[in-house]
Design a protein around this ligand. Sequence first.
Ligand code: GLU
Length: 487
Amino acid sequence: MPAQKQIRVRFAPSPTGELHIGNARTALFNWLFARKEEGVFVLRIEDTDVERSDRCYEDVVLNGLKWLGLDWDEGPDIGGPHSPYRQSERLSLYDHYLGILMDKGFVYPCYCNDEELKAEREIMLAQGLPPRYQGRCRHLTNKERRRLEAEGRRPAMRFKVAEELVEVDDLIHGSVVFDTTLFGDFIIVRSSGIPAYNFAVVIDDALMQVSHVIRGEDHLSNTPRQILLYQALGFDIPKFAHHALLLGPDRTKLSKRHGVTSVEAFRQKGYVPEALVNYMAWLGGGFRGEKEILDKEEIIDQFDLKHAGKNAPVFDEKKLHWMNTRHLRRLPPEKLLEYWFDLTEGEGRGEEELLLKIVPEVIGNLETLDQLRGLVEIFSKNEITFSEEAQDVLQAEPARKVLSAFRDVVESVDNYCPGDQYREFIKRVQTLSGCKGRTLFMTMRAALTGKTQGPELEKIITHLDKKTILLRIEQALRTYNHDPLHL
Ligand code: GLU
C-alpha cells in the first residue's frame, strides 16, 4: 500500500491590514485540521501586492496568531524545508515556472492596457455577458508584438484557457463545475513582472506540498483557474475545502460596518484568546455534544471541517461575550494576570502576589478582562481617582462622620480578618459614626476604591494594608470635606 501522504495545510494571509476575525477563523480551521490529523501547519505571507502590503501588517498577523495560540510549524520567522515563506522572496521561482509554461505554449504576452481592458469589459457587461478577455493578443504575430513593444508597452503574461468544464471536488461543497468560457484567458504575471495571485498560489502550494487548501468560500471561483495551472505544470492537485464566510447581522459579509472585526480590537476589548478560539470554532457548525465551552484540546478533538465550514454563521458579539465570561472563570489566575499585563503593558506589575490573591475572589464577576482595571487600581496604587458617583457620595453630609469613625477604628486595630472580626470591625464604625446600611458601606467603599461598585467591601478591607486604608481615608477627607474643624 502506498504510504499515506502527509497532511500539510497552510494559512496564506496578505499583509495589507489588521487580522480580520474571518481570516483568523480560516487560520484556526487550518490549524485545527493540522493538529487533529497530526499534520503540518505552514504560514506563508502573500505580499506580492506591493502597493498594499506592508511589513508592519505582517507583524500584526503574526502577533494575532501567536496571541490566539495558533502556532505554525513552518513560516517566515522560523523558516522550514520550503523557505522562503514570503512570496516577495520567491520571485525567481515564479519566473522559473513561467518559463516552463511559456516553453510548453501555455502562455502568451498580452499588451492590452488598463483602459483597453476596461472598455472591453464595459462593452461585454452592456451586452449582458460575463466580462472576460476576448483574446485580442492571443494570436499576435511576432512582428505585431515587436511593434507594440516599440510603442513602449510592457506585456502581462496570460494563460490560455481552452473551452471546457472544470470540476472542483470540494470537501465542503462537493462537486462544483465551472465553465471556463465564463472567465477566459487570465493573467498570471502582470506587466510589472509581479505574479498574479492565482499563479503564485499554485506554485507555492505545489512546492510546499500542501495537501489540503482550506480557505474562505470567496476563493472558490479562483479554484478552476488554479486547477488548470496545476494541470499545465503537471503538479498534483491538492484537496480543496472552501468554508462559508462570517456574516454580519444583516447577513452580508462581516466587515467594519458591523463593528469591530479585528483580532486586535477584540483583545483590546478584554476578550481572552481561549474565548475567541472557542467562539470561532463553534460558529457555523457548533460542536457535536451539548457542551459549548471547550478548551483547545477538546476543540481539536471535536473538529470536523465539513461540519464547521458548511453554514454561513452570523457573528454575534453577545455570544462571544458570554463565552468570554465562562472562559475567564476557567483560567488559572496566573494566566489571567499574564493576559492582563499584556493588555495594559504591565499595569499593576510588582503587585502580583496581592493580585493573585484577589483575582480568584472576583473572577466570577468578570465578563471582560478590562473589568480588572478598577480592581488592579484598588490594590496596586496608593492614591486613587474618584468617579463622579464616588465624589457625590463623599461630598454628602454623612460622609464626614463615617470617614472619621472609619479612620479611628482602623487606627485602633492592628489587623482585621474576614469573618467575625470583620463584622465586629464594621459594627464599631457604625456605632461611632451613628450611620448604617447603604450610607455606611457606600462611603467606605467610595473612599477606599474611588468607585461605587466593585468587589465586596469585606474583600477590599481584608486585603488592603492598614497604611493604605488610612491614606485613602485621608485622601477622601482632604479632597471632599472642606470643613476640617468638624473632623
Ligand atoms: N492571500 C490570499 C488571501 O488572503 C490567500 C488565499 C488562499 O488561501 O489561497 O485571501
